[in-house]
Design a protein around this ligand. Structure first.
Ligand SMILES: *[C@@H]1O[C@H](CO)[C@@H](O)[C@H](O)[C@H]1NC(C)=O
Ligand SMILES: *[C@@H]1O[C@H](CO)[C@@H](O)[C@H](O)[C@H]1NC(C)=O
Ligand SMILES: *[C@@H]1O[C@H](CO)[C@@H](O)[C@H](O)[C@H]1NC(C)=O
Ligand SMILES: *[C@@H]1O[C@H](CO)[C@@H](O)[C@H](O)[C@H]1NC(C)=O
Ligand SMILES: *[C@@H]1O[C@H](CO)[C@@H](O)[C@H](O)[C@H]1NC(C)=O
Ligand SMILES: *[C@@H]1O[C@H](CO)[C@@H](O)[C@H](O)[C@H]1NC(C)=O
Ligand SMILES: *[C@@H]1O[C@H](CO)[C@@H](O)[C@H](O)[C@H]1NC(C)=O
Ligand SMILES: *[C@@H]1O[C@H](CO)[C@@H](O)[C@H](O)[C@H]1NC(C)=O
Length: 798
C-alpha cells in the first residue's frame, strides 16, 4: 500500500492541467484541481473545471480526453466549490468525497455500504466507479452512470433499475454556462407502456412512441438497446456505433441532440435530434386529437370525434355520438399512428389474449385498443381508458402501429370512404383553418438524414428532427410557378416577394433575400430555426427557408390583405379603416412588439418597424413581418455590406441615425411614428403642410402645444372616435417618439397606457427629428463623417 502510494505521488506532475497517467484512485490517494485521471485507453478524463470559465465556481467532471469543453458528467453540479482549491479523496467509509481547502464536503458518492479497500476507476466507457479493490468492475458499489448529468453516453442506461431502485434521467443544465440542474428531464416513462419522454418539471413536453420488447413502434433501431423486464429493469441506451466520441444531450430548451465527433473535421456533427415541435408537441391537438404532418403539422380528430372549438385545437375533440356501450357499436382502425400516451391508470396490458376487440368491449370505459406481439412472450392486448392523447400519424408510412378506436353504431354506418377522408381531407382542411390560429412547422430535411446515414447512425422514427425548416427548391419553384412575374407581389427591403401555393393548398409568401456569403450559414440556419419558433398572433409566421445557390428564400404564411401602408397611404382604401380598426391595429402591433422585446426567448429588436412591415390578415389583424431578418442579416453584414437595408427613412430614431445605436427604445420610436401615422392617415416621411416645414411628428407636437391636438386625426374618420381616447393615443405616440431613448416608455408600459383608461399619462416633450426635414443626401454626408457605422437608407417603398 505504502509503496503504491509513493509511486503514485511520483507520477503526479507539478504543473497545472496535466493528467495522471493512471485510471484509478486508490485509498489514501487524492487529486486536487491541478490534476486529472485518464481512462486506460485514454478515451475519457476526469478532473476539475470552472464554469463560467474564469469564475471561481469549481466542479468535478468527466469529458472525452482532448475535448474538455464538452463535459459529459458533473459530480457537484448544484454545489460548486467556491473560492478555494478542491480535492477528491476517500472518506473513512471508503466513499468518494469532494472537499475544499478547509475540508468542507461539497459532494459525496454517498454509498450506504462501507468499502474497506476502496478504489475508484475511470473506465473507457466514461463511467467512473467505486469498488472494493479486490473485486471486478461489475461489482461496483457506486457508478457515475447511475447519476446522469445532461448527457447520455453509449452504454449508459436511462430508466429504471430494480437493483438500485433508481430511475435514471438526464436533467438539463440551467443554461449554457450554468451546469446546475434545470427543470427539464429526459428519461423512460415506466408508468404505463414504456416510452421515452422529455418532461418539464413533472409535465410531459413530448414523448416517443411506446415500445415493448425490442424497440419503438415497428421500427426497431439496431443502434439502441431497449430492455423491458418489469421486475428487473426498463431501460434505454444507445450503442456505440462509430467508436469515436458521441453523446446525446438534453439541452436547456428541451431538445435531445445526438452528436457524433468527426475526427476529420474536428467538430461535433449532429446525427439526429428528438424535439417537441410539430406533431410531437404533446398538447398540440388535445384529447382525442390526431396530428398529421405532411408539410406542416395540423390537427384533426380521431374517428367518431369532432373538434371541440374551431379556434383552439388544443381543446381537443369530443364524441359526435355519445351512444357508447350500446348495441351495434364497434371500432375504427387508424393505421400508422403513434399510440396514445399511457399511464398506469389509463392503460391495461394483457398477455396471451387473441381477441382484443372483445377485451375492449367488455369494459364500457375502454376507449381504444391495439395489438402487440412481444418477443418471447407472444401476443398481447393494450387497452386505453380515460383519454387518448398525443396520437399522430407517423412520418414514414408503414412504421407506425394500428389503433382501434371505439365508436358508436351510427359512426360505423357511414360509408367506408370515411376513413379515406380522415386521412386526406381533414389534415388539409385543418391546415387552412390552422393558418389563422395555431402555429405549424415544416417537416423533413432529406439532406440531413442522408448525412446521418453516412455516419452509420440509424435513425428511429421518433428521433428524426421534426422541425426541419429547410424546404427543397423544387417545392418552392412549383409553388411559385418558377418565380414567375405574375406571382411577384412586392419588393420588400430585403428582396422581391412572391406568392405561392403549396401542393397541400396552403398559400405562402416567398421572400427572396439578396445574396449572402456562405460564411455563417450554420449560424444563419440556427437563427431561422429560433425565429421560426417565435409564435404570436401578431407576428407573421415563418414556415421555412431554402438555400439555393447564392440565394436564400424565406417562406412565410401568406397575408391576403397586404400591408398597412397599402391601406393607410391611399385615399380610397384609407377610408376603409375605421377608428376601431385602427385602434385594433395599433394594439396588435404593440402586442407583437412587446412579445419580441420581452416575452420571446430571443428578445428581438426589430430595427425596421414601419407601416410596410405590418401585414394584415383576412380579418385585418396586424402581423409584424421581417422581425429577425435584421438580426439574421444586420448583425453579420452591417460593417461589410453597405447595400443592406437596415432602417427606413422616417421611422429611424435619432440615436440610430446619428450614432448607429439601436436598442429596444429605437423600436419604440418607430412604433410611435406608426401610431401617429395610423391616427392621422399621413406619412411621417414626406409629410407636407402648407403652413410650416415640419414633418408629421413636428406637426403633431405643434398641434399638441396649440391645444388643437385632435386636428391631427384623419379627416375621413369624421366623429367616429372618442375625444379622450384619441387624445390618449396621440399622447402615447408622442411619448414614444421622444428625442432621448430614456424618455420613451418601454413597450409593456405603452400597452398598459393604451389599454387602460386610468394609467397616468406622462406629458410629452419635444419629439426627436420634428423640425428638420432631412434630405437623404444630408444623412449620407452625416454618415461619411461618423466612422465604423454604415447604415443604408431605403425609401419606404413608394
Ligand atoms: C496539488 O497536488 C500536488 C501534488 O500533491 C501538489 O504538488 C500541488 O501543490 C497541489 N496543488 C494545489 C493547488 O494544492
Ligand atoms: C468569493 O470571492 C469573492 C471575491 O473574491 C467574494 O465576493 C465572495 O463573497 C466569495 N465567496 C465565498 C463563498 O467566499
Ligand atoms: C470551505 O467551504 C466552507 C463552506 O462553504 C467555507 O465556510 C470555507 O470558508 C471554505 N474554505 C475555503 C478555504 O474557502
Ligand atoms: C447523500 O445522502 C444524503 C442522505 O440520504 C442526501 O441528503 C444527500 O443529498 C445525498 N447526496 C448526494 C450527493 O447524493
Ligand atoms: C407537479 O408539480 C406541481 C408544482 O411543482 C405540483 O403542484 C403538482 O402537484 C405536481 N403534479 C404531480 C402529478 O405530481
Ligand atoms: C447493441 O448492444 C446490444 C447489447 O450490447 C447488442 O446485443 C446489439 O447487437 C447492439 N446492436 C448493434 C447494432 O451493435
Ligand atoms: C427479468 O430479469 C430477471 C433477472 O435477469 C430474470 O430472472 C427474469 O426471468 C426476467 N423476467 C422476464 C419476464 O424476462
Ligand atoms: C388553447 O387551449 C389550451 C388548453 O385547452 C390553452 O392552454 C391555450 O392557451 C389555448 N390557446 C389559445 C391561443 O387560446
Amino acid at each position: 500500500m505504502t509503496s503504491n502510494h509513493f509511486f503514485f505521488l511520483c507520477l503526479i506532475p507539478l504543473f497545472f492541467g496535466h493528467s495522471i497517467a493512471v485510471d484509478v484512485l486508490k485509498a489514501d490517494q487524492s487529486i486536487n484541481h491541478t490534476q486529472a485521471i485518464v481512462s486506460a485507453a485514454e478515451k475519457f478524463e476526469l478532473g476539475f473545471f470552472t464554469q463560467p470559465k474564469s469564475s471561481n465556481f469549481m466542479y468535478l467532471g468527466i469529458w472525452y480526453k482532448g475535448l474538455p469543453d464538452y463535459v459529459v458528467w458533473v459530480a457537484n453540479r448544484d454545489n460548486p466549490v467556491l473560492n478555494s482549491s478542491a480535492t477528491l479523496k476517500f472518506n473513512t467509509h471508503g466513499n468518494l468525497i469532494l472537499v475544499n481547502q478547509t475540508g468542507q464536503v461539497f459532494w459525496s458518492s454517498n454509498s450506504t455500504r462501507t468499502v474497506l479497500y476502496p478504489i475508484a476507476q475511470l473506465l473507457d466507457t466514461g463511467n467512473f466507479l467505486l469498488r472494493e479493490s479486490n473485486s471486478g468492475p461489475e461489482n461496483y458499489v457506486w457508478q457515475s452512470f447511475d447519476y446522469p448529468f445532461d448527457t447520455l453516453l453509449p452504454g449508459m442506461k436511462l430508466g429504471w433499475d430494480s437493483k438500485t431502485g433508481l430511475n435514471r434521467k438526464l436533467t438539463s443544465r440551467r443554461s449554457q454556462t450554468d451546469p446546475s440542474s434545470g427543470d427539464l428531464s429526459y428519461g423512460v416513462n415506466t408508468d404505463g407502456l414504456p416510452q421515452l419522454v422529455v418532461w418539464k418539471g413533472n409535465q410531459t413536453m413530448f414523448r416517443g412512441g411506446p415500445w415493448y420488447g425490442d424497440g419503438f413502434s415497428r421500427v426497431r433501431s439496431k443502434r439502441a438497446n431497449y430492455i423491458y423486464n418489469a421486475s428487473f429493469e426498463i431501460s434505454y441506451s444507445i450503442n456505440d456505433s462509430n467508436n469515436g466520441p458521441s453523446r446525446a444531450v438534453l439541452d436547456s430548451i428541451g431538445s435531445v441532440i445526438y452528436y457524433v465527433w468527426t475526427g476529420g473535421d474536428k467538430k461535433w456533427e449532429i446525427a439526429y435530434t428528438f424535439e417537441g415541435s410539430g406533431c410531437n408537441d404533446y398538447e398540440l391537438c388535445g384529447n382525442f386529437g390526431l396530428c398529421s404532418s405532411v408539410l406542416v403539422a395540423s390537427c384533426g380528430c380521431l374517428d367518431g370525434f369532432e373538434q371541440k372549438s374551431a379556434q383552439n385545437f388544443s381543446d381537443g375533440c369530443v364524441r359526435k355520438d355519445e351512444k357508447i356501450c350500446r348495441e351495434g357499436e364497434g371500432f375504427r382502425k387508424i393505421s400508422d399512428v403513434k399510440w396514445p400516451d399511457s399511464t398506469k391508470k389509463s392503460v391495461r396490458l394483457k398477455v396471451g389474449i387473441q381477441n382484443c376487440e372483445t377485451e375492449c368491449l367488455k369494459d364500457c370505459f375502454c376507449l381504444a385498443y391495439g395489438k402487440l406481439e412481444i418477443p418471447d412472450i407472444g401476443p398481447a392486448c393494450v387497452t386505453w381508458f380515460d383519454k387518448l392523447i398525443d396520437v399522430r400519424f407517423v412520418r414514414d408510412v408503414g412504421t407506425g402501429d394500428d389503433l382501434f378506436v371505439r365508436v358508436a353504431a351510427s359512426e360505423l354506418e357511414r360509408s367506408e370512404r370515411k376513413s379515406i377522408i380522415v386521412l386526406v381531407v381533414v389534415p388539409i382542411i385543418s391546415v387552412l383553418i390552422f393558418l389563422a390560429s395555431i402555429s405549424f412547422y415544416i417537416v423533413r430535411n432529406v439532406r440531413r438524414r442522408a448525412k446521418a446515414a453516412d455516419n452509420g447512425v440509424t435513425i428511429t422514427e421518433e428521433l428524426i428532427h421534426e422541425n426541419e425548416l429547410e424546404m427543397p427548391i423544387a417545392v418552392i419553384e412549383a409553388a411559385t410557378n418558377n418565380f414567375s412575374i405574375s406571382n411577384k407581389i412586392g419588393e420588400g427591403g430585403f428582396g422581391p416577394v412572391y406568392k405561392g401555393r403549396l401542393s397541400s393548398g396552403q398559400e405562402i409568401a416567398v421572400k427572396k433575400l439578396a445574396e449572402r456569403s456562405r460564411q455563417g450559414m450554420e449560424e444563419f440556419k440556427n437563427e431561422v430555426h429560433f425565429i421560426s419558433q417565435l409564435q404570436h398572433r401578431n407576428l407573421v409566421k415563418l414556415l421555412g427557408f431554402c438555400i439555393h445557390e447564392e440565394e436564400i428564400l424565406l417562406i412565410y404564411e401568406y397575408m391576403p390583405n397586404k400591408s398597412l401602408d397599402y391601406f393607410l397611404f391611399e385615399d380610397r382604401r384609407r377610408s376603409l379603416l375605421d377608428w376601431q380598426m385602427r385602434i385594433d391595429i395599433i394594439i396588435g402591433i404593440a402586442r407583437g412588439l412587446l412579445y419580441l422585446h420581452r416575452d420571446s426567448r430571443l428578445r428581438i429588436i426589430h430595427r425596421d418597424l414601419k407601416a410596410a412591415n405590418i401585414l394584415l390578415d383576412s380579418e385585418m389583424k396586424p402581423k409584424i413581418s421581417d422581425f429577425g431578418i435584421a438580426r439574421m442579416f444586420g448583425e453579420y453584414q452591417m460593417e461589410t455590406k453597405t447595400d443592406r437595408v437596415v432602417g427606413t427613412y422616417g421611422y429611424m430614431s435619432p440615436e440610430y441615425i446619428m450614432e448607429g445605436c439601436f436598442s429596444f427604445k429605437s423600436d419604440v420610436y418607430s412604433f410611435g411614428v406608426i401610431l401617429l401615422e395610423i391616427v392621422s392617415g399621413k406619412r411621417n416621411h414626406g409629410f407636407f403642410h402648407s403652413e410650416h416645414q415640419l414633418n408629421l411628428l413636428g406637426h403633431a407636437w405643434k398641434l399638441w402645444n396649440e391645444g388643437k391636438t385632435l386636428k391631427l386625426i384623419d379627416g375621413v374618420l369624421g366623429d367616429q372616435f372618442q375625444e379622450l381616447e384619441a387624445l390618449k393615443y396621440i399622447n402615447v405616440g408622442l411619448l414614444c417618439v421622444q428625442a432621448r431613448p430614456k424618455e420613451r416608455p418601454i413597450m409593456s408600459y405603452v400597452l398598459s397606457m393604451l389599454e387602460n383608461d386610468n394609467m397616468p399619462l406622462i406629458h410629452p416633450k419635444e419629439p426627436g427629428f420634428y423640425g428638420e426635414r432631412f434630405v437623404l443626401s444630408d444623412i449620407n454626408s452625416l454618415f461619411s463623417t461618423s466612422n465604423n457605422v454604415t447604415i443604408t437608407l431605403l425609401d419606404d417603398g413608394r
